[in-house]
Design a protein around this ligand. Structure first.
Ligand SMILES: Nc1ncnc2c1ncn2[C@@H]1O[C@H](COP(=O)(O)OP(=O)(O)OP(=O)(O)O)[C@@H](O)[C@H]1O
Length: 378
């Protein structure tokens, strides 16, 4: 991997749109989604229920027709290929194992369908079950397996014929929290080992951050942002993404001056923040804004400072009251009520703030710069 040029896109999705005909009329489930995914990438489609992620995945798999747009894989137009010809491995939330077949036969299914000979089947299935630590269970039936084991079998069944792409639709949703974390690490390890591109669907943002190289955040059928987990978290390009990914504090501000992508803003109570990075939201998010010509300044909980109200400070600060202090092991979380914020403020500190107890008046502010979201002028 000596080359510094970016890897070519292996999957290229262009203006993908899906309109369902429903009794209430046409309903757009996916609207003009475009993205390029490089080889070996673990790509996650993330968003709230009903935002169009499953429909996008199903169109790529060939399980759903495309209303308009294009899907290219290794330069080939997927619309010309059947689901079978696309050579995709699919893993579903429901496992979808054949109950009358043993683990071995379930895993062998895709190879039999492709006409592989017995020697090849034996070798590939044995290899795959070993990789998934299922070797001792080959002769069991699905009903005699735990949920986690069943999901491993369904992953094995999807990988055994060495698919060009692995698609996973909420594969961990039926597992308990501890197993979910174990399995997501295992899926990631397998994907890396096999070097297969993975497309993963989840509504769990922590899961998406932990497992992905690239995340696509969807809202109401639209791809809102595409980027590495860190990028999406630290540089959201819309209020929706800022709010949906991780925890965020929002402060209503008035724009004093605005110059390209920087603004000087004044918060409620008069604190002035000069030259804050500004994002103009053109999409239909107007309900987020408190009043016309106003904007919201955002900062993450770990990008805040907090001190006792009695301390004299020169920096721009907000005032509030610490209503809860939670010791969470590796950090301490302060929940602060303030008339200068929208909702309760969350402040995560590496250690207890000296002289601050529950119920105390506090001052707090931003570490580094915040991000201001303003509405596009009409
Ligand atoms: N077969 C269908 N007929 C009509 N509408 C559909 C159909 N399948 C999905 N939809 C609608 O399309 C939209 C997107 O659904 P989709 O399943 O892709 O969302 P999702 O983000 O995967 O949600 P979830 O996490 O709940 O599965 C929803 O409004 C849904 O009701």
């Amino acid at each position: 991997m000596a080359s510094s040029s970016p890897a070519p896109a292996q999957l290229s999705v262009r203006d993908l749109t899906k309109i369902f005909e429903t009794p209430e009329g046409p309903a757009t489930a996916v609207r003009n989604a475009s993205f390029d995914i490089a080889p070996y990438t673990f790509f996650t489609m993330l968003g709230p229920s009903g935002c169009g992620k499953t429909t996008t995945l199903r169109m790529i798999a060939g399980l759903e027709t495309i209303t308009s747009g294009q899907i290219l894989f290794n330069g080939e137009d997927f619309r010309r290929k059947s689901a079978f010809e696309r050579n995709i491995g699919m893993v579903f939330q429901s496992y979808a194992l054949f109950p009358h077949m043993t683990v071995f036969e379930n895993a062998a299914y895709g190879l039999r369908l492709r006409g592989a000979d017995e020697a090849m089947i034996r070798q590939r299935v044995t290899e795959t079950l070993a990789m998934l630590r299922l070797d001792g269970l080959a002769q069991r039936y699905p009903a005699d397996l735990s949920g986690g084991q069943q999901q491993r079998v369904s992953i094995g069944r999807a990988l055994v014929y060495h698919p060009g792409m692995l698609l996973l639709d909420e594969p961990l949703a039926n597992l308990d929290a501890k197993l979910r974390v174990e399995m997501r690490d295992e899926i990631r390890r397998l994907q890396k080992t096999l070097g297969v591109m993975a497309l993963y669907v989840t509504h769990d943002q922590e899961e998406a951050m932990a497992i992905s190289d690239v995340i696509g955040v969807f809202s109401k059928g639209q791809l809102m942002q595409l980027g590495a987990p860190y990028e999406i978290y630290s540089a959201p390009t819309s209020l929706f993404v800022a709010d949906f990914i991780g925890k965020a504090n929002f402060f209503p501000v008035d724009i004093e001056t605005s110059d390209k992508d920087r603004s000087a803003v004044v918060a409620r109570g008069g604190s002035r923040f000069p030259g804050v990075r500004t994002i103009t939201a053109a999409r239909d998010e107007s309900s987020w804004f408190c009043k016309p010509e106003a904007a919201l300044m955002m900062s993450r909980p770990e990008k805040m400072w907090l001190s006792a109200a009695s301390e004299r400070l020169d920096e721009p600060a907000f005032a509030g009251r610490a209503v809860r202090i939670q010791f969470l092991g590796s950090f301490v979380r302060y929940l602060v009520e303030s008339g200068q914020a929208r909702g309760e403020v969350i402040i995560d500190l590496p250690a207890f703030a000296p002289g601050v107890s529950e119920g105390d008046d506090v001052r707090f502010g931003l570490v580094g710069e915040g991000l201001v979201f303003k509405e596009a002028s009409q």
